[in-house]
Design a protein around this ligand. Structure first.
Ligand code: AGP
Length: 609
């Protein structure tokens, strides 16, 4: 899950590469490096750690001069974070940056060692550089060398490649890792792992398909397949502007993106509300086709999986259609039983998560209908799914998702209402009332965000906490899962989410004097049951914070602190209850001095298994 960028044009490549890498640093921040082709040949500069370390090195040692270059920001998979393992990797006349994993690198490495090659890093990527050099020495043709290597490497890769003998040309390849080509203005062309690194220069892009090679010069962009045949490609236009990928005056991208949730919900909701009805054109299914759906499978990872858990409760509760929710990394290897009339929904912010992408491919290979709920336009899942429903959240930079999570919930609510209409479980009156409640969510969220002080003060009491638990029943359990993940991933505090009824079957042994338990209690039908679970942990000394609906004041008899959320439909409470939990995680993270936007060991898009 690294970030790669490349530039060929008239300007100084070093500046453009560093700017691009800054935009991509959320993809991995173990080390950074650039290679620039100029008068002195290809100059490589790299450093372990954040891009600041690389900038300091360049200020100290001098900046390479040239108008063609490649850059990399790393999330280490093979070989620890170090200067040596940092990209770019060079072998002979070839220099490479890589995002992905070369699965057969050990056997290729052995073969090259037998051919006399010596290795100086632990990375899988060095094998690619060495093999390219091996073939280039044989045929002195970059394209042929690249094709030779592609026929030998297995795994996922997006590559940026420079050949010393071809100083004015940048080569790029992709297979199962994202890479887009940016057609710049007047003789400037670029490659990047995602659009955020290109927006300053262009919004005109080409999406590379698997096993396609791009050859860029200042004035031309050519595409080839793995047989070396030219490929015609259609240009696309990105509708995000550069400011969307900026902090906009907020201290962190996560805080900015939390405050963008009201707009995100309006942008995802309004295009699908027409004349007081839910219309999801991109679904392209008739009522009869919907009625023919036997079972829904929701497949995803991390926070996207959590929206899937909420989706299960919403679909089953609103439409009485059976829903299975699966972690994509489990789904892809458990040989799932899929009925020919089933619908598989794959949810992903980035649209590039390797396990979710593979789950989609397995489903398609079985001839089952797939629907992608995706945020990044033109991403692999969006392009490969039979149908795609975009969540219009704009670029999400903070590793911990917030606005994309909220937009995914809206997409699931809309789908459930649409299915309910076709299945006859949701009539026009119910539709109208749910639409008006959905339309109230943005203002209600704004209200919760603006009342953040109470949460901020509360969070400051738990900066030194060792363990924090989240409990809930039904949809509240799904909310608890997401609340716990948000806290874990940005504050590094151990946290677990439990179905509240499960506590007494073992986990309650973890509760001791002062342990914080955050109880989510938004489902009226389960109110009393969850309160009794709160009483259980309180009797073991826990401090209980409860998130519940306005008016549930009797909960103050049990909870030590209560956060009230505005009233809404029981199926939509996740969209409101998650806000105080996002704020809690955010202020604990800030209070502990953690890097909120780039938490340790994480990356925004998990493009490897
Ligand atoms: C959530 O904050 C994390 N960034 C992570 O769990 C994420 O949800 C997961 O990796 C799935 O990513 P996707 O939505 O891009 O597929």
């Amino acid at each position: 899950m690294c970030g790669i960028v490349g530039y060929v044009g008239k300007a100084n490549a070093t500046d453009i590469l560093l700017e691009g890498l800054e935009k991509l640093e959320y993809r991995g921040y173990d080390s950074g490096g650039i290679a620039v082709s100029g008068r002195d040949g290809v100059v490589v500069e790299k450093a372990k750690g954040r891009l600041t370390a690389l900038r300091e090195k360049l200020d100290r040692d001098g900046r390479p001069d040239g108008t063609v270059g490649i850059g990399h920001t790393r999330w280490a998979t093979h070989g620890e974070p170090s200067d040596a393992n940092a990209h770019p990797h060079r072998s002979g006349r070839v220099t490479v940056v890589h995002n992905g994993i070369i699965e057969n690198y050990l056997s290729l490495r052995q073969r090259l060692i037998q051919k006399g090659y010596e290795f100086s890093t632990e990375t899988d990527t060095e094998v690619v550089a060495q093999y390219l050099d091996y073939y280039y020495q044989k045929n002195h043709d970059p394209l042929t060398s690249i094709i030779k290597v592609l026929h030998r490497v297995e795994g996922a890769y997006a590559l940026g490649i420079l050949f010393k003998d071809h100083p004015d040309t940048l080569y790029a390849v992709r297979k199962d890792a994202p890479l887009i080509v940016g057609k710049g203005k007047e003789g400037n062309n670029l490659i990047a792992s995602d659009a955020t690194a290109l927006l300053k220069h262009t919004r005109d892009v080409y999406y590379l398909e698997n096993n396609e090679i791009a050859v860029l010069t200042a004035d031309s962009i050519g595409f080839f397949n793995v047989d070396g045949d030219p490929v015609e490609k259609e240009e696309s236009r990105i509708d995000w502007d550069e400011s969307a990928a900026e902090k906009g005056g907020y201290e962190h991208f996560m805080l900015k993106e939390m405050y963008e949730q009201p707009k995100t919900i309006r942008d995802t909701l309004n295009p699908r509300i027409k004349d007081g009805n839910v219309v999801i054109e991109e679904l392209g299914m008739t009522d009869e086709e919907i009625r023919n759906v036997g079972r829904i499978h929701i497949v995803a990872c991390g926070s996207a999986y959590h929206t899937g858990v909420t989706g299960k409760y919403v679909f089953e509760g609103m439409c009485r259609i059976p829903v299975e929710v699966d972690l994509a990394s489990e789904f892809r290897y458990r040989d799932p039983i899929l009925g020919e009339k089933d619908l598989v929904i794959v949810i992903s912010q980035s649209g590039e998560t390797a396990d979710s992408l593979e789950a989609l491919r397995i489903t398609k290979a079985a001839g089952i209908m797939t629907l992608g709920i995706v945020n990044v336009v033109g991403s692999s899942i969006a392009r490969e799914a039979d149908k795609v429903m975009y969540t219009w959240a704009g670029p999400e930079i903070a590793v911990a998702t917030t606005k994309a999570y909220s937009a995914q919930l809206i997409a699931l609510y809309l789908l459930a209402i649409r299915f309910g209409q076709a299945l006859g479980t949701v009539d026009a009156k119910a539709t109208a009332s749910m639409i008006s409640e959905l339309k109230r969510l943005p203002d209600q969220i704004e209200l919760l965000l603006n009342n953040k002080e109470k949460i901020q003060n509360f969070a400051n009491h738990y900066l030194a906490a060792q363990h924090i638990f989240f409990i809930g029943r039904g949809i509240d359990y799904a909310i608890a899962m997401e609340g716990s993940l948000k806290l874990k991933e940005i504050s590094y505090i151990h946290s677990e989410a439990y179905a509240a009824g499960e506590l007494k079957h073992g986990t309650i042994s973890l509760i001791e004097e002062g342990t914080l338990v955050n109880a989510i209690v938004t489902q009226d039908a389960l109110f009393a049951k969850t309160v009794s679970n709160m009483v259980e942990v309180k009797s073991r000394g826990a401090f209980v914070m409860a998130v519940t609906n306005e008016g549930n004041t009797e909960i103050e008899n049990t909870a030590d602190l209560v956060i009230y959320i505005p009233q809404t439909n029981r199926f939509f409470t996740d969209s409101l209850a998650i806000i105080p939990l996002q704020l809690f995680a955010y202020y604990v993270s800030v209070g502990r001095g953690c890097d909120v936007d780039k938490p340790r060991n994480l990356a925004k898009s998990v493009t490897v298994e």
